[in-house]
Design a protein around this ligand. Structure first.
Ligand code: FES
Ligand code: MG
Length: 581
């Protein structure tokens, strides 16, 4: 049993609790002062003499995905107090996809640093991380992993689906669809305004298998949430009950000193990779997993991911690759149903925040029932995992393709490159009738990698050139060093590493070069000789972007490539040898 961070009698260093102590030599006085100040808020000695659970509050008027944070905090506090602990909520940065310029990814590492340092700075024995919108859960897991205390993730939960003229709609796959219909003049401004009221029908995260839902599922798969923590929608009683349970469990992990490194093990990352593949999850999930793993000294090996992909079928029938929404997944039993089906492929020995293993939790969840959201391994949505890893002279550090969302006819393709130097160049020329492009060509976009844009924007989903779109072309091979939204689809090669802005081979591709994509052979080749590439590099050498001051300078100086999670180099832990998942 841990003693309280407010206990004056205990001057011995008791683990994480003392880390928050500002003591300039006289530790007794510092504790005395701390206690005096907290008493200013009306606490009694009895309240202070118990395990302290910090609650990272990411509620913000700019973040409707976290709009239920006040109710969640109230329920977490109830759980903490019922279990005999003292809850202490504190604010951190909050990031919403639509209110985070230049990109939310640019701010993820900043949020992780805020989270880490606030956990370190303030006295607490365990921390509850309340996150949901795309970048928040990875940022919190990264920060908490570095801080090293017992930690537990609480997901805000998905939004409800809405209804537009009899059709069920949800963000943000349907946002794209309706906007495309408006641009094509299929629907008018009145109807567009009408559907705008229904696409986000409540607070909570996007209701399809985008990055938020993906990270919620991965957090549960890694054992970082209480069982069933991934799927309850934001506004349901189930979600509030999960919050209460999370508070109670936080007290338990504080008492047991179940630190985060005991949960985020190679087995946990292996399970996360399996689940990512089986849910047809967002490609962003790989970048985030690599960043979280880096914080505990592990690497996400892309070759391992690819091998797992060949033996892990896509089982979850959710938009954008399937038809259902997160609330349907919850009604179908949520992660318990998926994990039960996936059991033969999982590391059942992985420890979770309950103190039990994932295998034990699957047993405790009991038998399944008839439902149509999670398929059986015998009848999958897609026979292989959603994501394949490509290599070749165009991507020596790897690239990925979401094959379950790609056009089967384009997965073995050789074509002529049509190159765009950056986003401005793309915007200027993509819809021009002068653009020299056919449907057999390959669109190449440079300078949207971690340093390029910067912040690796979700611009890898390049639009089909207007003259081809008009001719009815629905898909074309696209290659970039950027990311794409988990809600998008097409034959799109992403995360080309190293990126063009640091002089990766992508920087030297020219319009007219030939490129070969073979998903079967996991190949991405530029059919240009090494000598010619070296000549081009000598002719126009690349100067990586820099900035004069502020966070932008820090970002450009320190951001790593996609295969290392686009984390800052100085935030990664020293690599553990022989433990990669
Ligand atoms: Fe927050 Fe989609 S915008 S989860
Ligand atoms: Mg997204």
């Amino acid at each position: 049993m841990s003693s309280s961070p407010f206990d004056l009698d205990d001057t011995a260093d008791s683990g994480g609790m003392r880390k928050g102590l500002t003591s300039y030599g006289d530790q007794g006085f510092s504790l005395f002062l701390r206690k005096a100040f907290i008493k200013g808020a009306g606490f009694t000695d009895s309240a202070l003499d118990r395990p302290v659970v910090g609650i990272a509050d990411t509620g913000s008027a700019y973040n409707p995905c976290h709009g239920n944070a006040p109710q969640l905090i109230e329920a977490v506090k109830r759980g903490v107090m019922l279990a005999g602990g003292l809850p202490m909520a504190f604010p951190t940065i909050s990031i919403h996809e639509s209110f985070a310029a230049p990109t939310s990814m640019y701010l993820r590492n900043l949020m992780s640093m805020d989270t880490e340092e606030m956990i370190r700075a303030q006295p607490m024995d365990a921390v509850v991380l309340i996150g949901g919108c795309d970048k928040t859960v990875p940022a919190q897991l990264m920060g908490a992993a570095s801080a090293g205390l017992p930690a537990i993730q609480l997901i805000t939960g998905s939004m409800l689906t809405g209804s537009h003229r009899g059709e069920r709609v949800g963000a943000c796959t349907d946002c794209r669809r309706y906007w495309a219909r408006f641009r094509a003049e299929e629907i008018d401004a009145v109807e567009t305004a009408e559907v705008n009221n229904e696409l986000v029908a409540s607070v909570g995260t996007c209701s399809v298998m985008g990055t938020a839902s993906t990270m919620a599922c991965l957090a549960e798969a890694m054992g970082m949430t209480v069982p069933g923590g991934a799927s309850p929608p934001a506004v349901t009683a189930d979600r509030i009950r999960i919050a209460e349970q999370t508070g109670a469990q936080a007290v338990q992990i504080a008492r047991d000193r179940l630190t985060i490194d005991k949960v985020l093990t190679p087995a946990a990352f292996e399970n996360a990779m399996r689940v990512l593949l089986a849910i047809g999850g967002s490609t962003n999930g790989i970048v985030h997993l690599a960043a979280i793993a880096g914080r505990v000294g592990l690497d996400i090996d892309l070759a391992t991911l690819d091998r797992m992909g060949r033996e892990t079928p896509v089982l979850l029938d959710l938009k954008p690759s399937g038809q259902h929404y997160m609330e349907d997944f919850h009604a179908a039993g949520g992660m318990a149903t998926l994990l039960r089906e996936l059991k033969p492929l999982l590391r059942l020995d992985a420890l979770t925040v309950t103190g039990r293993t994932l295998g034990e939790e699957i047993e405790r969840a009991g038998p399944g029932f008839r439902q149509d959201v999670v398929r059986s391994v015998a009848k999958p949505i897609y026979p292989q995992g959603g994501i394949a890893v490509l290599r070749g002279n165009l991507a020596p550090g790897g690239a990925i393709i979401k094959q379950s969302a790609a056009d089967a006819a384009l997965m073995e393709h050789e074509g002529r490159a049509v190159v765009f130097e950056n986003l401005e160049d793309l915007a200027r020329r993509i819809d021009s009738d002068e653009l020299d492009v056919t449907q057999d060509d390959i669109l190449v976009l440079k300078n949207i990698g971690p340093k390029g844009a910067p912040g690796m924007p979700e611009a890898g989903y390049m639009p089909i050139p207007r003259k081809l779109a008009r001719a009815g072309v629905k898909d074309i091979v696209r290659i970039s060093d950027g990311r794409m939204s988990g809600t998008a689809f097409g034959t799109i090669v992403l995360h080309v590493t190293p990126e063009s802005a640091v002089g990766g081979p992508l920087a030297y591709v020219r319009s007219g070069d030939r490129i070969r994509l073979s998903v079967a052979n996991r190949e991405l080749s530029l059919l240009v000789t090494d000598e010619e590439l070296a000549r081009r590099a000598g002719e126009s050498p690349i100067t990586p972007p820099t900035a004069e001051r502020g966070y932008r300078k820090l970002f450009l100086d320190a951001v790593t490539q996609a295969d290392q999670g686009a984390d800052f180099d100085f935030l990664r832990a020293t690599r553990k040898t022989g433990t990669q998942p």
